[in-house]
Design a protein around this ligand. Structure first.
Ligand SMILES: NC(=O)C1=CN([C@@H]2O[C@H](COP(=O)(O)OP(=O)(O)OC[C@H]3O[C@@H](n4cnc5c(N)ncnc54)[C@H](OP(=O)(O)O)[C@@H]3O)[C@@H](O)[C@H]2O)C=CC1
Ligand SMILES: O=C1O[C@H](COP(=O)(O)O)[C@@H](O)[C@H](O)[C@H]1O
Length: 497
């Protein structure tokens, strides 16, 4: 069934032989093809350094789709739209050939000159590629030209600034689609709807009624093969600068005056600007870091034992922090964020804790009443749970905690689309709402740089300070305890039992 009608498009993937393309991009494009969002007028031009033939390339795509999709019926017709070109992006002379191949595909599939340049490559190449796309005439076509950029967008504010200046020589801001794949997740997109489409929540969504908000994104996997990248990045740059702060912005923003890309972005930027900057020694009062060692049984590798990781590495694989948003709505309400590798569960959840009612008629000394919680389950389960208090089914007026749950997959009966599928479709349709604008990137780097500056100057001698398979270092609990709070459990069983 047709989902949305899309314009004819040539999708040029730089980094077509890489991990991201294989695991995410081909399966997502194939899903769009199965759903009819991509029909006859589309082509994929894969670009990598390897000297592959078209046949090797399409076999590679077939392998990816056989693993990722349950429906193999249309793989043959899908890969007829896919072509490979071996090209070293640093070789200035080979862009002319690339332009020629792109022009041929334009003509063959009647693509009206519409092009998406997807840079699924290491960021150090971004500037070189965009310079050449312009100077060698690949952007000089009659249709639209959109640039999709993978994270990380820079390593700090100065490097992001330099990268942005370079890219902007060739593409205007409105044609740049900076990917943050969390913004493609169904339940992250649902945050706005939960907040702004329910009379129940919006009036309570402020410091008068909310005591704190907790955002956790925990992973079971360690850094695996990504030691080289991760050593320079760490959890702060890898997860906090982008995904975690984007979730904070969506939770804290004011209602936009419309759902247009610009209005939503400008409200998010206002939140990022209002985040209380913390620097120097003050960082230790707001942010704590961790690094995983081996597990209790010493069966899993500690971080420092991975390939391409320094045996005395000071890189954090866990971050917990308190973000204060100094504006009228959120004065005094901590937004606690927590993310890490090699933890006990793979889970991303948001817990909104409401303040206690002013006078608890039902309080008795044996059973204190639980606060009301709104839990937004981002992954792996998708849904919402509202924790309320009700009367215990028995004599007397004791209270019991009850949960009202909505599970997206069980009610809608379908698997929600993969984030990349949604984002690719948005880009083809020219909707940049769920991509990050330069202003958002700028403000989040400015916030994160002050923390990383302090951490780079002060080695954490307690590293490794959490066991693989745990919920992070004890310091993370203390961060909340000092404010009179504790982390709500985020494991599936603990929240949904
Ligand atoms: N993998 C993931 O899950 C995620 C990745 N990202 C980001 O996506 C980007 C790509 O990551 P990933 O796919 O994992 O990386 P890989 O290392 O798996 O792939 C890199 C790709 O770049 C190509 N390449 C490298 N140098 C050149 C060159 N000089 N000319 C042409 N092509 C070249 C490689 O081609 P060849 O091998 O043929 O040389 C390969 O296709 C990175 O920015 C990463 O941070 C972001 C989120 C998640
Ligand atoms: O961007 C990244 O995200 C993944 C986690 O994504 P998720 O969708 O599985 O939650 C993380 O593993 C990776 O290090 C980071 O670069």
């Amino acid at each position: 069934m047709k989902q949305t009608s899309t314009p004819p498009t040539l999708i040029m993937i730089f980094g077509a032989t890489g991990d991201l393309a294989k695991r995410k991009l081909y399966p997502s494009l194939y899903q769009l093809y199965l759903k009819g969002s991509l029909e006859k007028q589309f082509a994929v031009l894969g670009i990598g350094r390897r000297e592959w033939s078209n046949e090797q390339f399409t076999t590679h795509i077939r392998d990816s789709l056989m693993t990722a999709s349950d429906n193999h019926d249309h793989i043959d017709s899908f890969i007829e739209h896919c072509v490979y070109e071996s090209h070293d992006v640093e070789d200035s002379s080979s862009y002319i050939k690339l332009k020629h191949v792109a022009d041929e595909l334009d003509e063959k599939f009647d693509l009206k000159g519409n092009r998406i340049f997807y840079l699924a490559m290491a960021p150090e190449f971004f500037g070189t590629i965009t310079d050449h796309l312009k100077s060698d005439g690949l952007t000089d076509n009659q249709g639209f030209c959109r640039l999709v950029i993978e994270k990380p967008f820079g390593h700090s504010l100065p490097s992001a600034n330099a990268l942005n200046d370079q890219i902007r020589q060739s593409f205007p801001e409105e044609s740049i689609y900076r990917i943050d794949h969390y913004l493609g997740k169904e339940m992250v997109q649902n945050i706005e709807v939960i907040r702004f489409a329910n009379a129940l929540f919006e009036p309570l969504w402020n410091s008068r009624f909310i005591s704190n908000i907790q955002i956790t994104s925990s992973e079971v996997l360690g850094v695996e093969e990504r030691g080289r990248y991760y050593e320079k990045s760490g959890a702060l740059r890898d997860m906090v600068q982008n995904h975690m702060l984007q979730m904070v912005a969506l939770l804290a923003m004011e209602p936009p005056i419309s759902l247009s890309t610009d209005e939503i972005r400008s409200e998010k930027v206002r939140v990022l600007r209002a985040m209380r900057p913390v620097e120097g020694k003050e960082v230790d009062n707001y942010f704590i870091r961790g690094q995983y060692g081996s597990d209790y049984k010493r069966e899993q590798k500690g971080y420092r034992e991975n390939d391409n990781v320094d045996s005395e590495s000071n890189t954090e694989t866990f971050v917990a922090g308190k973000v204060m948003i100094d504006n009228f709505r959120w004065a005094g309400v901590p937004f606690y964020i927590r993310t890490g590798k090699s933890m006990a569960v793979k889970s991303t959840k948001i817990v909104v804790q409401f303040k206690d009612i002013p006078m608890n008629l039902y309080y008795n000394k044996e059973h204190s009443m639980d606060p009301n919680l709104l839990v937004i389950h981002i992954q792996p389960d998708e849904g919402i749970t509202l924790h309320l208090n009700a009367k215990k089914t028995a004599q007397g007026i004791d209270t019991d905690s009850v949960k009202l749950s909505y599970s997206a997959s069980s009610i809608d009966g379908i698997n929600t689309p993969e984030a990349y599928e949604k984002l690719l479709l948005d880009c083809i349709l020219g909707d940049a709402t769920n991509f990050t604008h330069w202003d958002e990137v700028k403000h989040s780097w400015s916030f994160v740089d002050k923390i990383s500056d302090h951490w780079e100057k002060t080695k954490d001698t307690s590293f490794p300070n959490y066991f693989a398979g745990s919920m992070g270092p004890h310091k993370s609990d203390l961060l909340l305890e000092q404010d009179g709070f504790e982390w709500w459990p985020i494991g599936e069983l603990e929240v949904d039992e």
